[in-house]
Design a protein around this ligand. Structure first.
Ligand code: ATP
Ligand code: MG
Length: 283
């Protein structure tokens, strides 16, 4: 039996639970208790604040955790990163009042910088030989300059909208983060086998993201041209149709640029084009 720590509420909760559900580990999130057990996989879920997840995993109270890489780096506990998960993407950036002129990182020499990420910031300042004072704030960091508490901020940015609202501009992108699966790195053979199964399933979901299954009817003479338009993972599947001179072509393709490909396929005579979602790909 493995135990995994997930964020109890907040930005990572929903996607963490749906990732587990997608890989066949049913979690009944509606009846959420502090600790709940999956009925389809030997896994127990522990719901916590995201700040506590790296520590709980490094202490071995949970074997696994899903948390932002930012929290892992900031807290500095000894945990192993098993896999990036492709959601919860954000960056931690330095931002200054909009009207200020900015001429590079040396701008921050002697300045006061407000942040909830003092350790990541301290590292950056050290690497760039900048002496600045770090003001640790846990709440709304972005109001610190207007409140006169700091000259600049070092905070999470995803779209940048909050910065603009607070009269700030992003000047240095320092740290990129996404949700990661972490472990305590001390699993026994049985636990490791369960983790390997989880990682295998997560991989198949990651490969299928942004992919579509496309099938269509096609005049036989257009097959080569269609294969050029739709390169598949190996090679597209071509099946004969009862109608003379026609075939059915199936392929898995990137969603990006799909409309352009559909236009090209129609131009070479494709008909009845179906585009389907792909759940999982096992290479
Ligand atoms: P908790 O109550 O669990 O401590 P929190 O308020 O500290 O939650 P959330 O705002 O829910 O944290 O964010 C959790 C994580 O989501 C962040 O640590 C970060 O990795 C990621 N994230 C992605 N985009 C953003 C964003 N725009 N702002 C904040 N966090 C983001
Ligand atoms: Mg938190």
């Amino acid at each position: 039996m493995l135990r995994i720590a997930l964020q109890s509420k907040g930005r990572l909760n929903e996607e963490s639970v749906s990732l587990l559900n997608e890989i066949g580990i049913n979690i009944d999130d509606s009846k959420r208790k502090f600790l709940s057990k999956s009925d389809s996989f030997p896994l127990e879920v522990l719901y916590l604040r995201d700040d506590d997840i790296p520590q709980v995993v490094s202490a071995g109270t949970a074997h696994l955790g899903i948390v932002g890489l930012n929290e892992v780096r900031e807290k500095g506990f000894d945990v192993k990163i098993e896999a990036p998960l492709g959601f919860g993407g954000c960056r931690i950036s330095l931002a200054i009042p909009k009207a200020e002129e900015y001429d590079g990182p040396q701008y921050f020499q002697g300045k006061r910088i407000a942040t909830s990420y003092p350790n990541i910031l301290r590292n950056y300042l050290k690497e760039n030989n900048i002496e600045a004072s770090i003001e640790v704030i846990t709440g709304s960091v972005e109001i610190a300059p207007a409140a006169g508490i700091a000259d600049a901020i070092f905070d999470i940015v995803s779209s940048g909208g909050t910065l603009v609202t607070n009269g700030l501009k992003e000047v240095e992108k320092v740290f990129w983060s996404e949700a990661v699966l972490i472990s305590d790195g001390r699993l026994n053979a049985e636990e490791q086998a369960l983790l390997d199964e989880i990682l295998f399933r997560i991989d198949s979901i990651k490969i299928s993201r942004g992919k579509k299954y496309v099938l269509m009817n096609l005049p036989k003479e257009s097959i080569n041209e269609a294969i050029r338009i739709l390169p598949a993972m190996r090679s597209p599947t071509v099946l004969p149709l009862a109608a003379e001179g026609w075939c059915s072509l199936h392929s898995v393709v990137d969603e990006e640029g799909l409309w352009d490909k559909i236009r090209q396929l129609k131009a070479i005579g494709a008909e009845g084009i179906l585009v389907l979602n792909v759940d999982k790909i096992i290479p």
